[in-house]
Design a protein around this ligand. Structure first.
Ligand code: ATP
Ligand code: GLN
Length: 176
């Protein structure tokens, strides 16, 4: 079975080949979920042994991969948004960074379009990395996407959705 272990099967209505996962999360959790960070190699002495000395000298960086990148999710769109939920702006009123002029709370929205069999695994990863357990952790919306078009090539559907080095490739999914 080459489908993701979290595959929902026929769980989503209406059925679609692709779904959009919209996750609204705390801004400071974004780096755990989706960012690709560069660190000066000299600050990472505990990892120093793993950096080839040539690349260490040449680049002086270590690529730290986020949870989504690690699982082969390479297409992500991020928005800075402000919202109002149960948290209501009140809890972080005095915290500074998340408080805005009105009572809306600063959040980030991730939009990730994936094929159906990848939805549950991506959802699990987003939750695992965004969750603190406190009010204001955010919410995820999942909706069907009718088609995907790659602008560069004009490809449609699965050909457009698949990305080089992406999750399907990592899992060795054979395309029909
Ligand atoms: P190409 O092969 O032509 O580079 P690509 O499929 O890699 O095409 P990009 O042109 O790099 O796509 O994508 C442009 C932007 O579209 C990305 O920066 C990202 O914001 C968004 N994007 C691409 N794929 C997805 C996806 N599956 N889900 C959400 N956003 C995506
Ligand atoms: N599903 C794509 C793949 O397996 C990746 C999609 C994405 O990164 N959002 O290549």
């Amino acid at each position: 079975d080459d489908r993701d272990s979290h595959a929902p099967g026929a769980g989503y209505v209406p059925q679609s080949d692709f779904y959009k996962i919209e996750a609204i999360v705390r801004p400071w959790r974004l780096q755990h979920v989706a960012s690709v960070s560069f660190y000066p190699a000299h600050r990472l002495t505990k990892h120093a042994g793993r950096i080839p000395s040539t690349s260490c000298r040449r680049w002086n960086v270590l690529l730290k991969k986020s949870a989504l990148i690690k699982m082969g999710i390479r297409g992500v769109t991020v928005y800075d948004v402000r919202g109002f939920g149960a948290q209501g702006g009140a809890r972080e009123r005095y915290a500074g960074s998340e408080f805005t002029e009105d009572s809306f709370v600063q959040k980030v929205k991730l939009e990730i379009v994936v094929s159906q069999d990848q939805v549950e695994a991506v959802l699990a990863t987003v939750i695992e990395n965004a969750r603190t357990g406190e009010i204001g952790d955010g919410k995820v919306f999942i909706s069907p996407v009718s088609d995907v078009v790659r602008v560069r090539t004009g490809e449609r559907g699965l050909k457009a959705e698949r990305m080089a080095g992406g999750r399907a490739e990592i899992l060795g999914v054979v395309e029909k």
